[in-house]
Design a protein around this ligand. Sequence first.
Ligand SMILES: Cc1cc2nc3c(=O)[nH]c(=O)nc-3n(C[C@H](O)[C@H](O)[C@H](O)COP(=O)(O)OP(=O)(O)OC[C@H]3O[C@@H](n4cnc5c(N)ncnc54)[C@H](O)[C@@H]3O)c2cc1C
Length: 465
Amino acid sequence: MPRIVIVGAGLSGLCTAHYLVRNLYDAGKDAEILLLEADGVPGGKMRTIRQDGFNLEWGPNGFLTNKPHGMDLVKDLGIEDRVVRSSDLARKRYIYSGGTMHRLPETPVAFFRSQLLSPSGRARILWEPFAAGPPANVDESLGDFARRRLGTEALEKLIDPMVTGIFAGDPDRMSLRSCFPLIYNLESKYGGLVRGMLALKRERSKQGVKSEMSAGPGGVLVSFDHGVQTLADVLASRLADGLHMNVSVERIERRGDSYALHLSEGGIREEMEADIVVVATPAYDAARILAPLDDALIDALNAIPYSPVTVAALGYDAGTLGNPLDGFGFLIPRGEKRKILGALWDSSVFPNRAPDGKALLRVMVGGVRAPEMASLPEETLLSIARRELSDIMGIAVEPVLARTFFHDRGIPQYLVGHGKRLERIDARLAGLPGLHLNSNAYRGIALNDCVLQSRLTAERIAKSV
Ligand SMILES: Cc1cc2nc3c(=O)[nH]c(=O)nc-3n(C[C@H](O)[C@H](O)[C@H](O)COP(=O)(O)OP(=O)(O)OC[C@H]3O[C@@H](n4cnc5c(N)ncnc54)[C@H](O)[C@@H]3O)c2cc1C
């Protein structure tokens, strides 16, 4: 019976194990499936901490239904009754610019009424259908793409905050094609964004699907009754004996046709053989573990950088805030030179994040914009976050809860050249049969992407067993 070992029980590792069980056992194929996790809690970045009646999300808030993969997994697990839909306020997203909160317009009409961009900035966007096409054979940066199609002001006030909200990254260094393949495809298939969106709207209405042209991400944001941890816990519980927590994989070597994994569990060293290995850790951990195998593979993995982010969770007595928190939260363009990246108004979006009468905000700090800020001592960081909330939102009262979550290497950055790097990684993996890499470092950072890539990885493996 082949042994398949998955390293890392973040969403990617948990889902790979889940879909392997589905694909192999349901097809009557025999295999031993083991999932090893260095930490004591499953979920990786997807973790919820319960404190004083608050549900504090360590990292992700939830996932959007604009892609089907997350909800497909939910249905597959039979946990639809545990899904919590965000309140309609989640559609109200703000950009803080020039000392004012501007609502991110959701419709073309609202967009042209909005004061976020100057009249000439808005006119430049109107000109989008006539913008120059993409340069040939270049992995264009998101910044260059936005300047070319939408103009500099749209880049600074719309695209830069969006990239901050998703990647905590720098649009001038990120690859459009790797970070936002749907936008890249709109231009390559239809010749422009407006043309592409109109064509999609027509195609959908022919299929009887109602759709809007929106500057927002689309879909509905969903989470679970006990926060995102619910999903990790359900996936972990289904694996039962196959999941081994507090087991760190130190290195992996080739041994004949199989792999030898060197493990450490509570300081005790052990060895395990596996026929198939899925490394579902961040790229930098994969590089360390796989160091004995292939130098070129390790170089390519180490070339995927990560942005550091700290989440500062602040809980308040709702009645003392003096601010209705009527939306999803706000992001800040880098030109504003503020000390925070933005804030999410968690309890407005998901009321179950705070006990009755309380409100919860999560402030984002650091990113590639200010990496040194993310690693400040907790007290300093909290006082900066509070000062910024006071300046920006007028919240000057004492919080009833204050806590930070530091993600040293939080979010992988798909820089220009990321696609070529993945080709190099795939070419090296071709020489290491049975070894697979699957995490948010490669083909999508959203929870939906992790679910999809895990399903595809499991399907590839199931075919080979
Ligand atoms: C602050 C923040 C906010 C986010 N918000 C959202 C959001 O709202 N929506 C969204 O869709 N996405 C969001 N994301 C992205 C999303 O959380 C991640 O892409 C996703 O959780 C990554 O899952 P993963 O399994 O690929 O990696 P990870 O979660 O990093 O899991 C990797 C696992 O591998 C384990 N591991 C590492 N080394 C070893 C080893 N040697 N041996 C054994 N185990 C090991 C780790 O302990 C960890 O559990 C956010 C991310 C951050 C940081």
